[in-house]
Design a protein around this ligand. Structure first.
Ligand SMILES: [Mg+2]
Length: 371
């Protein structure tokens, strides 16, 4: 049996509904119905929790991989456990990184356990190690930034100094696919993954020479200290081949391949770099003396490094750098030794990361600026 409404009646029903919904919205704003809804949602969570307790197999589970040199692991894991419990997730699988396994092995084990998200809690080194295991899989990576640079977190706008929010974003954030870079420091060597930048020459020498103790006390200023000691070095002859076809010869201090380009203090080293465009931005820095370094600095600060004074940036999918000398190499800030060969390429959309949703951004702002 069907109910037939004449057109006038249907319009009356629609108008009536619009008026009722509009009134409910206006009254809701005034009387805090939103707050009531939030409470209701909290009760709904409690219900989910008891349902899920009956069947733990259906609950989400996170792995938390922590660099113990950056934080108090017990405190972080109890915060993570509390948030997981509140959100109806199983207790997290917590693993500490070690000098032997900086996070990749732990992330592989977490994947074997079938977790729903792997959270890297540490600096860019820990993020890189975890990303190495997750690249090419569909398991997302969360980030709790605890390092000096936290460059990936900065580039994807994960909150930097709110651990609890970083954990919530890891659990319920939006999935975003990003590119990862790959690097080889010998023609037949192993392939390493990086998420932010890999470089050869000056930048890597600075990172290799930065005093770890000074870094933990002064943060990025420690790099400035090491940098000032390295400025006066000699340029090196290099052959740079872009996408197997375009080759340049140059005398450089540094060649850097980046997946994204934002540094500390809002500095955009690679202003055109996009984290999911399937391209690497390659920066060639070639000052010959201290005076020309001033030009480099001005170009970077003025966001004109792409065609600046003694700097040049090109986009490509693959780049091979062959140097006449052995030069320092760094991957996402980790010194990995010296080589005269560096090959970098991009794996488009290879890694899924959790970034804040619009609603989470709003809540974080509301907490920062209570009205
Ligand atoms: Mg890119």
């Amino acid at each position: 049996m069907t109910i037939e409404l004449d057109p006038v009646m249907s319009w009356l029903v629609i108008i009536g509904l619009v008026i009722v919904l509009g009134a409910a919205f206006l009254i809701g704003r005034r009387t805090g119905v939103r707050r009531a809804l939030k409470t209701a949602r909290r009760y709904a969570h409690a219900t989910n929790l008891s349902d899920a307790e009956a069947d733990p197999a259906t609950r989400y589970r996170a792995a938390l991989i922590v660099n113990p040199t950056k934080t108090d692991v017990r405190r972080l894991s109890s915060t993570a456990e509390a948030i997981c419990r509140f959100e109806g997730w199983s207790p997290p699988l917590v693993t500490e990184t070690t000098p032997e396994d900086t996070g990749e092995g732990a992330a592989v084990r977490a994947l074997d356990e079938g977790v729903d998200v792997v959270i890297a809690a540490g600096g860019d080194g820990t993020v890189r190690a975890v990303a190495s295991a997750l690249a090419g899989t569909s398991t997302p990576m969360g980030i709790v930034p605890l390092g000096t640079g936290n460059l990936l977190a900065r580039n994807v706008e994960v909150v930097l100094d709110k651990t609890e929010w970083a954990l919530r974003i890891a659990l319920w954030g939006r999935n975003r696919e990003i590119d990862v870079g790959t690097a080889k420091i010998a023609e037949d060597g192993d392939t390493h993954v990086f998420t932010v930048m890999t470089g050869l020459g000056f930048d890597a020498a600075v990172m290799a020479d930065t005093n770890a103790d000074l870094k933990s006390r002064l943060g990025w200023l420690a790099y400035v200290e090491a940098g000032s000691r390295k400025l006066a070095g000699k340029p090196s002859h290099v052959k740079v081949t872009f996408d197997d076809e375009y080759r340049i010869l140059a005398r450089v201090r540094s060649v850097l391949g980046g997946n994204c380009g934002k540094l500390q203090g809002g500095i955009q080293l690679l202003p055109q770099a996009v984290i999911d465009d399937g391209m690497l931005d390659v920066l060639i820095v070639s000052p010959k003396n201290l005076g020309q370094w001033v030009g480099v600095l001005a170009s970077v600060l003025g966001r004109k490094a792409s065609n600046g004074l003694h700097t040049d940036i090109r986009k490509c999918q693959k780049v091979v750098i062959e140097a006449r000398d052995q030069l320092d190499i760094q991957l996402d800030g980790d010194p990995v030794g010296r080589s005269s060969y560096l090959e970098m390429a991009v794996m488009p959309s290879a890694l899924t990361i959790r970034v804040p949703t619009v609603e989470q951004r709003k809540q974080i702002r509301a907490e920062a600026w209570p009205v």
